[in-house]
Design a protein around this ligand. Structure first.
Ligand code: ZN
Length: 247
C-alpha cells in the first residue's frame, strides 16, 4: 500500500499541477471585451438596438459592458480594456472629456463600430469625433424609400460573398471623408431631391484611426432593416473586423 501511494501521490500531484496550469492559461487568454453605449434620439430605438446586438456579442464569447451614459468614455482605466466600442447614440451632446476618452481609446487600438444615426449622426458639432468616424449624416430625401445597396468591394472580408440587396428604409445622404474605404454604395434617383440624381453615395465603409479600426454602415433606421440577411451579416462581420487584434 505504501509503495502504491509512493507512486500514486506524485502522479496525482503531477495531474493536479498540470490541470491548474492549463486552467490558468485558459483564464489568461481573456475574452475580447466589447463596450456598447446607447442612447440619444429615441426615434432610432437605441434600447432595441442594444437588445438586438448584445445577445449576439455574448454568443460570440465576448465580455459585454453596456452603458446608457457617456461618462464611461471619460473613465481611462475602463476604456483601456475594451477591444471594440459599439455606439448607438443619435445626435446628443458629448463633453470634451468624454470625447477625448473615446478618441484616445480608439487611437490606442479599440475598434469603433456603429450604424445609421447611432454613429453617423452623433455629436454634430464635434469635429474631432467626425474626423474619427469619417462621415456625417446630412439628409434622407423622401424619408423611408426602397433603395438598392451595391457591393463595391467583393474582396474585403466584410463584403465578400454578399450580394447587392434592397432595403426599405432611410437612404442616408452623407458628407463622407474621401479617405474611407468604401465597401458598399447606393445611388440616388433624384425623385425626392432632383439635384442629387445619379449621385453614388457610400453606405458601408471602413477606415483606420490611429491604431484603431472604424466600421460604419448607414443602414439601420429601424430594427426591421436588420431582418435583411445581407444587412445583418455585414454588421456582424464589421464588428468582428473592427475588434482590436491583440493588446
Ligand atoms: Zn433614421
Amino acid at each position: 500500500m505504501k509503495a502504491i501511494s509512493k507512486i500514486l501521490l506524485p502522479a496525482f500531484l503531477f495531474i493536479f499541477i498540470s490541470f491548474s496550469f492549463i486552467s490558468a492559461q485558459t483564464s489568461n487568454s481573456t475574452p475580447k471585451s466589447v463596450l456598447v453605449v446607447y442612447g440619444g434620439w429615441e426615434g432610432h430605438k437605441p434600447e432595441e438596438f442594444k437588445d438586438l446586438f448584445v445577445p449576439w456579442l455574448k454568443e460570440q464569447g465576448f465580455e459585454v459592458v453596456v452603458s446608457n451614459s457617456l461618462d464611461i468614455y471619460a473613465d481611462k482605466e475602463k476604456m483601456k480594456n475594451f477591444d471594440l466600442i459599439l455606439q448607438a447614440i443619435t445626435m446628443g451632446t458629448i463633453t470634451k472629456e468624454q470625447e477625448k476618452g473615446l478618441i484616445e481609446a480608439v487611437k490606442n487600438g479599440a475598434g469603433l463600430a456603429g450604424c445609421h444615426g447611432g454613429l453617423g449622426d452623433s455629436f454634430r458639432s464635434n469635429t474631432s469625433f467626425l474626423f474619427m468616424v469619417g462621415g456625417q449624416f446630412a439628409a434622407h430625401p423622401g424619408g423611408k424609400v426602397k433603395y438598392q445597396v451595391n457591393i463595391e468591394d467583393h474582396n474585403d472580408p466584410i463584403t465578400t460573398g454578399i450580394k447587392d440587396h434592397y432595403v426599405n428604409s432611410e437612404q442616408y445622404y452623407m458628407l463622407v471623408d474621401p479617405g474611407v474605404k468604401v465597401l458598399a454604395t447606393t445611388t440616388f434617383t433624384g425623385e425626392h431631391a432632383s439635384w442629387v440624381d445619379g449621385v453614388k453615395m457610400p453606405v458601408v465603409w471602413t477606415k483606420s484611426f490611429g491604431k484603431g479600426k472604424v466600421f460604419y454602415s448607414s443602414i439601420g433606421h429601424s430594427m426591421e432593416d436588420f431582418e435583411v440577411y445581407e444587412v445583418m451579416e455585414v454588421m456582424k462581420r464589421g464588428f468582428l473586423w473592427a475588434m482590436r487584434d491583440n493588446k
